[in-house]
Design a binder for this molecule. Structure first.
Ligand code: NAD
Length: 510
């Protein structure tokens, strides 16, 4: 593994400031006392404002007011706003990607990929704005029409995690807006500058098309700001992305006020590698999914379940590939692995590795900190591969860092059982050229996850399919397929044009 040179704090700040301005952020308006830092060096970035309870309350009120106008705008005209937003995202793709790299530490190609995903969801939402279909059902009564219509919900609260600091909000916002809702966003406290940059582009789109200004807001706050959205009855839908811990706190509170909830929580994603797998393709798929984004994707590959006949060979090849990964400055073209978000994340990784060793695991490669001399407060690590004798508790928990646990199986049923034997259910994969195995993995008795792939890693989903997971991952679906329905409420309508009043089920009354 090679380590690359780091930028200075000054370099990062100057790039950040230039990029924020290009996105249209008013630096004086967002400046405040809340410290932010770059994971690239640990150095301070622009400090941002902190919104208090009454300011957040005012944002929700404004969003509620704007909703009353926006819901009556025809959906295709709402789509025109999202179309303009996509144009601005395209124009400022590199600027927003720079902010993402400076604040979340993603390598440039992945940061650009995140903005591309925002453009893609806008495209999808613009098309969707002409397809908010309801069904017409045959009525049992003559001269009657029975149909379903879809209506916006109101204010959508979005709580997001640090690792997809802009895309997750855009998945929610592009669809929420075309469906006629307004949005109040509480981004991660580790990604507020990214949120302000992304939101500034939406603000420009709103101005350009003459949409109501109160449609969208960013709450700059710690957890308490998120809790305010959780508890406010005006927030009709709360879409929360983050850890299972957060979901367990949020879910009962929203349910207690009969609010709608969309949860996108932690994953612990596994891949089965069968004897017939194409190992060249498997190695590439595994290394990207496990070491990419420094293991900080909800869909990162964390568990590899390999047939015992090919395990040694595959593991040797993965370890060899890991040794070639370049770790360091995510702004450099050649870098593949950037920093962890912070010290807590590094400590969590070390603790998990210690536990894995205590459980009989063998750390085959990685796990050490690098570049500590160059930046004491930045946390760059070598992605680790650990051969485990069994799926112990540490393997069953999500550690949000680049650790790939490898286990072996002898028969496919056993592989599926191991695969499903964790509390989370986000993404999954099988590498095989045996069609029956592939089909079994995708069948009801196969993977129990929301995403199940064949001959592709667990990360890097496309916008067209619904995204989300089962079990402790929370059951929500975002982005494509028919996820738009989560942002609307259906009504069943019966229209009587018969001139008579026949009752359903043949009931007679007066
Ligand atoms: P986190 O749970 O610490 O924080 C996520 C967000 O929730 C932040 O904005 C935080 O302020 C807020 N929050 C935390 N507790 C809250 C509470 N009690 N009430 C209201 N808001 C609260 O997560 P993180 O460290 O930022 O991100 C990593 C986690 O997110 C991982 O578990 C990862 O798998 C998960 N994640 C899931 C998806 C998905 O789509 N399933 C996507 C990205 C990240």
């Amino acid at each position: 593994m090679t380590a690359q040179n780091l930028p200075t704090g000054e370099d990062i700040n100057s790039l950040l400031e230039k990029s924020l301005l290009a996105c249209g952020v008013d630096l004086d308006a967002v400046r405040g006392d809340y410290p932010t830092r770059s994971p690239l060096t640990g150095s301070p970035l622009l400090s941002v404002r902190s919104d208090d309870h009454s300011q957040i309350d005012a944002m929700i009120s404004e969003a509620q007011q704007a909703f009353l106008t926006w819901r009556d705008v025809p959906a295709p005209a709402r789509g025109a706003l999202v179309k303009r937003w996509a144009e601005l995202l395209t124009e400022h793709k590199a600027d927003l990607a720079n902010v993402i790299t400076a604040q979340a530490g993603k390598i440039t190609s992945e940061a650009l990929g995140e903005v591309q995903e925002m453009i893609d969801i806008c495209d999808l939402a613009v098309g969707q704005s002409r397809q908010l279909f309801g069904k017409t059902m045959p009525s049992e009564r003559p001269g009657h029409r029975l149909m379903e219509t879809w209506h916006p919900l109101g204010v959508v609260g979005v709580i997001s995690a640090f690792n997809f600091p802009a895309a997750v909000w855009s998945w929610n916002t592009a669809l929420a807006l075309v469906c006629g809702n307004t949005v109040v966003w509480k981004p991660s406290e580790n990604a507020q500058l990214t949120a302000l940059a992304a939101d500034a582009l939406l603000a420009r789109a709103v101005r350009d098309v003459g949409a109501p200004a109160g449609l969208h807001h960013v709450v700059c706050a710690e957890r308490a700001g998120g809790e305010q959205l959780v508890d406010d009855e005006r927030v009709a839908l709360l879409s929360a992305t983050g850890s299972v811990r957060m979901g367990k706190e949020v879910a009962p509170r929203v349910a207690g006020r009969f609010g709608r909830l969309l949860l996108e929580l932690g994953g612990n994603n596994g891949a089965i590698v069968a004897p017939s797998a194409d190992l060249d393709l498997t190695v590439r798929g595994v290394v990207f999914a496990a070491a990419g984004t420094a293991g900080q994707r909800c869909t990162s590959l964390r568990r590899l379940i390999v047939h015992e006949s090919i395990a040694d060979q595959l593991v040797d090849r993965i370890v060899a590939a890991y040794r070639t990964l370049s770790i360091g400055n995510p702004l450099d073209d050649g870098t593949l692995v950037g920093p962890l978000i912070n010290q807590a994340s590094f400590e969590g990784m070390q603790k998990a590795l210690e536990q894995a060793r205590a459980d009989g695991g063998d750390v085959l490669v990685g796990g050490s900190r690098v570049l500590a001399d160059a930046a004491e407060e930045a946390y760059y690590v070598e992605p680790a591969v650990v051969r485990m004798p069994a799926q112990t508790e540490v393997v069953r928990a999500e550690t949000f860092a680049p650790i790939l646990y490898v286990m072996t199986y002898s028969d496919f049923d056993e592989a599926i059982e191991l695969h499903n034997g964790v509390p989370q259910g986000l993404s999954s994969a099988v590498f095989t050229n045996d069609q029956a195995e592939a089909e079994r993995f995708l069948s009801s008795g196969g993977s129990d996850c929301g995403i199940a792939n064949v001959n592709i890693g667990t990360s890097g989903a496309e916008i067209g399919g619904g995204f989300g997971g089962e079990k402790e991952t929370g059951g929500g679906r975002e982005s494509g397929s028919d996820s738009w329905r989560a942002y609307m409420r259906p009504a069943t309508n019966t229209v009587n044009y018969s001139g008579e009043l026949p009752l359903a089920q043949g009931v007679k009354f007066v």
